[in-house]
Design a protein around this ligand. Sequence first.
Ligand code: COA
Length: 139
Amino acid sequence: MYNMGEPRIKIVAMPKDTNPSGNIFGGWIMSQIDIAGSLAARDLNVQRVVTVAVNSMEFREAVKVGDVLSCYGRILKVGKTSITAQVEVNAERSYDGTRRCLHVTSAVVTYVNVDEDGVKRLIPHTQNELLALGIEQKL
Ligand SMILES: CC(C)(COP(=O)(O)OP(=O)(O)OC[C@H]1O[C@@H](n2cnc3c(N)ncnc32)[C@H](O)[C@@H]1OP(=O)(O)O)[C@@H](O)C(=O)NCCC(=O)NCCS
C-alpha cells in the first residue's frame, strides 16, 4: 500500500459487530469504509456529501474480534459535483505476543456534494488545492 497518510478511522472490532460465524460482519467494515472515504472527501472543504456509488471492493482477509481496524482514505478524482475516494483497510492483530498487520480490503467510493435539501452542488476547487492534496488531475 503506497502512502495514504494517517488513518481516517482507527477502531477496535467488538463482539457486537460479529456475524453468525463469529467473524466481523462485512457490513460493519463497509460502514467504516464509507465514513473514512467521506472524511477524505472533506479535505476539499465540502459541507455535506452523500454516497452515490461503491465502485469496487473485495475482502481479502477476515476481521476478528479485538483486531484494530485502520481505514485510510484519499481523494482520487474530483468531478463537477462528485469526489471519488480510495479507501484502504488494515487490521492489526495481536496473537501469542506477536502483532500482525493484515490488508483487509480496498474500495473506491464516490460521493456527491449536496446542499441541505440533498440537491447536488458544484465543488469549487483550484489546481493548487488539488496539488496540495496530492491529486494528480488536470483541470
Ligand atoms: C447522489 C444524488 C444527489 C445524485 O443526483 P443526480 O442528480 O442523479 O446526479 P447525477 O446523475 O448528475 O450524478 C452526480 C455526480 O455523481 C456521479 N455519479 C452518479 N452515479 C455514479 C456512479 N454510479 N458511479 C460514479 N459516479 C457516479 C456523476 O458522474 C456526477 O459526477 P460529476 O458531477 O462530478 O460529473 C442522488 O442520486 C441521491 O440523492 N442519491 C441518494 C444518495 C444517498 O442517499 N446515499 C446513501 C446515504 S449517504
